[in-house]
Design a binder for this molecule. Structure first.
Ligand SMILES: [Zn+2]
Length: 260
């Protein structure tokens, strides 16, 4: 049985790491790709739990025609200016930069330790990729990620014999995702039918006082949750994205990081 303490997800810390990447501000060309329709698992007010099936390896699918993620990136660019935004992004992606004092104060020493430990490891941070961007874009198109940021959680699985990838998704209208009991029950059923979990994905954001950009590291609550998912659905990897970059954390690290 999965234990759910995934309640406070706005717990993070600003960061450091090795690869320097550019902001992704190029406008998305008008897509003619058909939108993949979700299979609805549960709804409760504005909370939704659903999944999409896509062809394994498809890098051109669309979950919505709307451009919520692009709007967020553009709004941040307008708010900070391109140079300042790039500095902020660099501060999360250049090796050796320590968590700032104000972020350390906001989120606590143990969260800062986790962030610095992860950002000292090469190769964990990458520019947001297609599947991560599509999932965040879907939620950012429901609620503005700039004006009313919310958190989703997703689990990505694959089935080699069916040549499919399945994106399980749960989100509401709040700064933390719903517990997604139906979604996790469905995942456990699917594991018995040949599906294998690839990774968990959720997004981070920060309040205005912390420059809006979400920390690229799991919170201690996240780590606690990942440990449970490693037991319940054999979670091999967890990812956190802030709409520009994503960090991936192998399950072998879950027990080396601070948790509650
Ligand atoms: Zn989190």
């Amino acid at each position: 049985m999965i234990r759910f303490w995934y309640v406070v997800l706005l717990m993070c810390v600003a960061c450091t790491t090795e690869t320097k990447t550019k902001t992704s501000l190029n406008p998305k060309p008008e897509s003619t790709t058909p939108v993949v329709q979700p299979v609805i698992l549960a709804t409760d007010s504005n909370d939704i739990e659903q999944y999409w099936d896509i062809t394994l390896g498809d890098q051109d699918f669309a979950l919505t025609k709307k451009d919520g993620l692009e709007d967020f990136q553009d709004r941040l660019n307008d708010f900070f200016g391109e140079e300042r935004l790039q500095q902020l992004l660099d501060s999360q992606t250049i090796a050796g930069i320590k968590v700032s004092d104000r972020v350390r104060l906001a989120f606590g020493e143990k969260e800062a330790e986790n962030t610095e430990a992860l950002h000292a490891i090469d190769g964990l941070i990458h520019e947001i990729n297609h599947i991560e961007a599509e999932v965040l874009n879907y939620q950012a198109s429901r609620y503005s990620f700039f004006d009313n940021p919310t958190e989703f959680q997703a689990v990505i699985a694959k089935n080699d014999s069916l040549n499919l990838q399945r994106i399980y998704f749960g989100a509401g209208d709040k700064g933390w995702p719903p517990r997604c009991r139906t979604m996790f029950s469905k995942i456990q059923e699917d594991l018995l039918k040949g599906w294998k979990v690839q990774f968990h994905l959720h997004n981070h954001f920060n309040p205005d006082s912390l420059d809006k950009l979400g920390v690229l590291a799991p919170s201690m609550t996240d780590i606690q949750f990942y440990r449970a998912l490693k037991e319940s659905i054999s979670l091999p990897e967890a990812r956190v994205t802030n709409g520009f970059h994503t960090i991936k954390v192998d399950s072998s690290l879950f027990h080396q990081l601070n948790s509650w």
